[in-house]
Design a protein around this ligand. Structure first.
Ligand SMILES: [Fe+2]
Length: 187
């Protein structure tokens, strides 16, 4: 499955730079998740978490000018069209922010089909959480829990509280260990 996912990034990426940027981010999210699994002794399907991390942002390649928030649904559709299992496609559509509810979509008038896009399984929750600690900005950076908390505060008390709950449950990853492997700055 992992090699199929890498091949999918290769197929969908518009150029080498996008391929490198997005796949490296996905690998870093896996490194964060793997570290949390071991540090907290989490009982999850580790191979599913790994596949979920590697695939979660594949839809970024398909944006072609669409609003960024659509990358999740675009990625999920691309996976389903190619016969990937639905449980894997869900990682694409269900990792944005700390989850999007039908209400969030209506209130912020987001360009997404009505519905809830929440991480539901233990594996989906872990991928969503791990994703918050690295950003595909130029240049890419690691993000501390404090920095992410201050960003998400803009989206209201609900999302901020959902993130705080996850920090309390998972703890914070050791970014020092990760920056030794991936030399990106920490914001
Ligand atoms: Fe991501």
């Amino acid at each position: 499955m992992i090699s199929r996912i890498r091949a999918l990034h290769r197929e969908l990426a518009p150029d080498d730079q996008a391929y490198e940027l997005v796949l490296t981010h996905c690998e870093i999210v896996w490194a964060v998740a793997e570290q949390l699994v071991h540090a907290r002794g989490l009982e999850v399907d580790v191979e599913l978490v790994r596949a979920g991390c590697l695939v979660h942002d594949v839809g970024v390649h398909l944006l072609a000018g669409s609003p960024y928030i659509r990358h999740g649904v675009l990625g999920a559709r691309a996976l389903l069209e190619r016969g990937f299992p639905a449980e894997l496609a869900r990682f694409c559509a269900h990792h944005t922010g700390v989850g999007l509810t039908r209400e969030d979509i209506e209130r912020q008038n987001l360009p997404l089909p009505a519905g809830d896009y929440l991480a539901e399984t233990a594996e989906e929750r872990l991928v969503m959480y791990a994703d918050k600690f690295h950003s595909k900005s130029t240049p890419p950076v690691f993000v501390t829990a404090a920095t992410y908390a201050s960003r998400i505060g803009r989206f209201g008390a609900g999302p901020a509280a959902r993130f705080a709950e996850m920090v309390a449950y998972y703890g914070e990853p050791d970014l020092t260990e990760l920056t030794a492997r991936y030399p990106h700055a920490v914001l």
